[in-house]
Design a protein around this ligand. Structure first.
Ligand SMILES: Nc1ncnc2c1ncn2[C@@H]1O[C@H](COP(=O)(O)OP(=O)(O)OP(=O)(O)O)[C@@H](O)[C@H]1O
Length: 921
């Protein structure tokens, strides 16, 4: 591997020269030749239409066909892409990549479906970058490729992955998401070859930004396609598609793919390849995911949640709730009760800067609880999540699958817990059984259960704001249940509302009135029936709820944290009292004390939270024995950690047959990846059992993960693996009986290795970014000096987006390059003058499943002191070598708007660099 890195370094010089030539308006012979060869290979070796490349045997027809490719190197990819992938340690293809890349590279429309965490993102990013490279795309050609995603966080994540794939390319890419200043984006959007966008913001630019030309679009990608195609985005998507050329390649990906002909017709697909990699798998969820459900009365839900958190202090957990207001309430209330693990919340009501910082914080922490709405349900690739807890029932099986998919990603394992109300149990379990989701029933261990209600009551009695949050949360929850279409699962009339209200600390129930459509009989007209829930303030509360703009006081929260931190500093050494109150009584007392003190109390609570986090950090750094040696809360916390999972007790195993074969193959893949990591040249051992299948060409078939046709594999599973599977199940049962706890697979070592690698990689990227930023500043200083002496009229522009840690020489070379951009800039200007398009503005801008915040232009910028790395990441990237082409940003990336804006002073940029540095420390 070290040798390969050396080679990449060597080639990088060559890549820089190629880009230099291009900038001078000359394309190198080498690139032209490579493109011609790639085109030829793509034509000659394309897999037959309707075939699934997973079925192609390794080595078969290797001279021409790339359908059997197992590594990225075996695919017809440009050297830029190959080197970029290698640099980011992508070597071996995952199943979905093997199935879809050969078709997508051949230019075909693809509908790709594969389990969560299986690598779909690279399956569409690679063809997209390659297509533009082979088309010799320049920024004068307008928008070449577009990726649409349902949420902003997912867009940010895909954009980062795109920067990896395009590391050595010379292409400009931009990120368009709501919650940012639209004007800043408008200044650059017309120069971008690739865009990753949420639908609402993209349409806004289509409607309002002059010079934004999408008529030459080559590739359209819909990630989480079924979500983007559903009703929530329907009008927006239709309006976007109306602005795109019909002649284009379209790639649709999701773990729960749409097959609706009507949906697909809206996108005018041409003879699409439908590749459902895991369609015949025993379960639609990852194999290394252990899933359980627990039946809980509504008024016991808070106790269960609190107990869960308190017994999983070392875990990284996502808790899903139905609405923003529930998330806000549970987060605020639990935060005040200091469970002994850091808490964060993520929902559409937060401002974008906060959302992004929470996203990255959660990525980087090892033990944390993220309380979230379904905004976090799809696509997000948080590393090493241990638990997904669905505190509120998902609206359907697809939502369940996406939510649990936030854990057990790629090669990792994970656990998921679904809380079901007695009234939801039958209907939901039926849906999940139909979807082949394997579930084990568990129940709470009464001896480990903690009651949080008294603490909540104490809190609410003193804290009016929290009480308001509680009332709104209750109303929002009941409303969401009422609005669910699946009435056999969600029946608001079955809910013990008063008990629930009391359990969250409310003395009385706000009255609610809902309308229900009732059929009066067969063929009869439907009529509306009023269902009343709760006490008097019904309608008023309901209306308030509807009007509430979801605008949260996020800034206030940050302000408060800042204050608390300052208070902590002033207070000197951290107090040891009152941390991580383990018992509900202590929690109640602490809550009451915190609430009683008003602002002072808030400060005290904040201070304690800070201490608690510090204690938690300390705990993490030491081994179990040392942890126990710690006094006070630390020991208490450690004790609780040791109890982990005693809270969850197996009640009934109800696991559908699991394909042990897949598990075995995944282990092999992991071992192969490991081997790759150790020695790139070392040949992998081929342990895989080869299954001969008949000719599949011409038949549209679904295949298992290994590309085997269904019948032979099913046969093999029955004959060859039956005993193994039975043994494994028996062992699990035995363990369960012996331990009396929920069966937990020992955490594989590679999981930590992957996480550690990821962290190291990200740290490295950050250091590189900082280095780059400093360089930009230096360049700008130089350029200003030159401009001052009349050598250069236009100011240079900061360029980021390479994430490289060793591009120095090339950048210095480029520094002298100068000038080719001004001509292009003129052309750009001309295009801008030609004006934008009209077009209607359809749908709302809310890209978040739970209502979101719309497309407010609130310019909260990247700001957010205390935010981590994420918010400073560039939203515009120029792949490839650094440039200083005098083109006032023409196509050049920027370290966020602030670093890029010519008006930004050097002092500000330096401050930004220092801030970035201090954040990394
Ligand atoms: N070929 C590969 N080699 C190593 N790691 C990979 C490869 N492909 C993808 N990954 C990693 O696997 C993880 C999951 O990939 P990705 O996010 O693309 O999954 P997904 O299928 O899109 O999941 P979801 O359905 O939840 O959106 C990512 O961290 C990604 O970097």
């Amino acid at each position: 591997m070290a040798g390969e890195e050396q080679q990449i370094k060597k080639r990088k010089k060559g890549h820089a020269q190629q880009h230099q030539l291009k900038r001078q308006g000359r394309r190198s012979y080498k690139e032209d030749q490579e493109i011609a060869e790639l085109e030829q290979r793509l034509r000659d070796g394309a897999p037959p239409r309707g075939s699934n490349p997973l079925a192609a045997q390794e080595g078969a027809g290797a001279t021409t066909s790339y359908a059997a490719a197992r590594t990225f190197d075996e695919l017809p990819l440009s050297q830029y892409t190959k080197d970029s992938l290698k640099k980011h340690k992508f070597v071996t293809l995952t199943a979905v990549q093997r199935a879809t890349l050969p078709h997508a590279l051949a230019g075909r429309d693809v509908l790709g479906a594969a389990k969560t965490g299986s690598g779909k993102t690279l399956s569409f990013l690679i063809p997209l970058v390659e297509k533009l490279y082979r088309a010799k795309w320049t920024r004068l050609d307008g928008l070449g490729a577009l990726v649409l995603t349902p949420t902003r966080e997912l867009a940010v994540q895909i954009f980062e992955e795109l920067r990896k794939v395009g590391h050595f390319h010379d292409l400009s890419a931009g990120l368009l998401i709501g919650g940012k200043a639209v004007a800043e984006e408008a200044a650059r959007v017309h120069r971008m070859a690739l865009l990753v966008a949420t639908p609402g913001r993209l349409l806004q630019h289509m409607d309002e930004t002059p010079g934004f030309d999408t008529s030459g679009l080559q590739v359209l990608v819909l990630d989480e396609a079924d979500r983007i195609l559903d009703m929530g985005f329907a009008a927006t998507l239709d309006a976007i598609v109306a602005n795109l050329p019909k002649e284009r390649q379209t790639l649709l990906f999701s773990a729960t793919q749409t097959k609706s002909v009507r949906d697909l017709a809206r996108l005018s697909l041409t003879d699409p390849e439908y590749l459902a990699v895991h369609a015949e798998a025993a379960t639609p969820t990852p194999l290394k995911l252990q899933q359980a459900y627990m039946v809980v009365d509504l008024d016991k839900k808070m106790d269960v949640l609190w107990s869960f958190i308190r017994t999983h202090l070392k875990a990284k957990t996502i808790i899903f709730l139905s609405t923003c207001k529930q998330v806000r309430f549970v987060f605020e209330a639990f935060r005040k009760l200091r469970p002994g693990v850091p808490l964060r919340c993520l929902h559409g009501g937060l401002k974008q800067a906060r959302r992004t910082s929470v996203f990255y914080e959660f990525c980087n922490e090892k033990a944390m609880v993220l309380i979230a709405t379904d905004i976090a349900a799809r696509g997000l690739d948080f590393p090493t999540v241990d638990w997904v807890v669905q505190a509120d029932c998902p609206e359907d099986a697809a939502t369940y699958i996406h939510r649990v998919g936030r854990t057990a990603r790629y090669m990792s394992s994970g656990r998921a817990l679904l809380l079901l109300l007695p009234s939801e149990r039958g209907g939901m379990l039926k849906l999940l059984e139909d979807a082949k989701v394997p579930l084990t029933q568990i129940r709470p261990n009464p001896s480990k259960q903690q009651t949080v209600t008294p603490a909540l009551q104490a809190l609410l009695s003193k804290d009016q704001e929290l009480k308001d949050f509680a009332q709104k949360a209750l109303t929002a929850y009941l409303r969401s249940v009422f609005l669910q279409p699946k009435k056999d699962v969600f029946d608001v009339t079955q809910l013990p509302v008063e008990d629930f209200a009391a359990s969250i600390g409310l003395a009385s129930v706000p009255k609610l009135r809902f309308l229900r459509r009732v059929k009066s009989g067969p063929g009869g007209k439907s009529r509306e029936e009023v269902i009343e829930v709760g006490g008097k303030a019904a309608l008023q509360e309901e209306e308030e709820q509807a009007e509430d703009s979801e605008e949260e006081e996020d800034g206030g929260e940050e302000e408060e944290q800042e204050e608390d931190a300052a208070a902590a500093r002033r207070a000197g050494a951290a107090s040891t009292s009152g941390r991580a109150s383990a018992s509900p009584a202590a929690a109640a007392a602490a809550a009451a004390a915190a609430a009683a003190g008003g602002k002072k109390g808030k400060r005290a609570a904040g201070l304690e939270e800070l201490e608690e986090q510090q204690a938690a950090k300390k705990l993490k750094g030491k081994d179990g024995g040392a942890r126990k040696a710690n006094g006070g809360a630390a020991a208490e916390a450690a004790g609780n950690e040791d109890d982990e999972d005693d809270f969850l007790v197996v009640k009934k195993r109800n696991v559908f047959a699991e394909p042990e074969e897949e598990e075995r193959l995944m282990k092999e893949a992991a071992a192969a990846a490991e081997a790759d990591g150790e020695d790139g040249k070392k040949k992998k051992k081929k342990k895989k059992q080869k299954i001969k299948v008949g000719s599949v060409s011409g038949n549209r078939m679904v295949f298992d993960e290994q590309g085997n046709a269904l019948d032979p594999l099913a046969q093999l599973a029955k004959e060859g693996l039956g005993d193994e599977a039975a043994e494994a199940a028996a062992a699990a049962e035995a363990l369960s009986a012996r331990e009396g706890v929920y069966v937990v697979a020992s955490r594989p070592e590679e999981r930590f290795k992957i996480a550690a690698d990821l962290m190291r990689r990200r740290d490295k990227e950050d250091r590189a970014r900082l280095k780059q930023l400093k360089k930009e500043i230096k360049l700008e200083k130089k350029a200003r000096a030159r401009a001052a002496t009349g050598l250069e009229e236009q100011g240079p522009v900061a360029t980021l987006g390479r994430g490289s840690d060793d591009d120095e020489e090339e950048e210095e070379d480029d520094d002298d390059e100068g000038g080719s951009g001004s001509e292009e800039e003129e052309e750009d200007e001309g295009r801008r003058r030609r004006g934008g398009r009209g077009g209607r503005r359809g749908g709302d801008d809310s890209e978040d499943g739970d209502g979101g915040e719309g497309s407010s232009d609130d310019d909260d910028g990247d700001g957010g002191d205390g935010q981590r790395r994420g918010t400073k990441r560039p939203e515009v990237a120029h792949f490839g070598m650094a440039r200083k082409d005098g083109g006032a940003g023409a196509g050049a990336g920027a370290a966020g708007a602030k670093a890029a804006a010519p008006a930004t002073s050097l002092a500000e940029q330096e401050a930004l660099a220092l801030k970035l540095l201090s954040m990394r420390r």
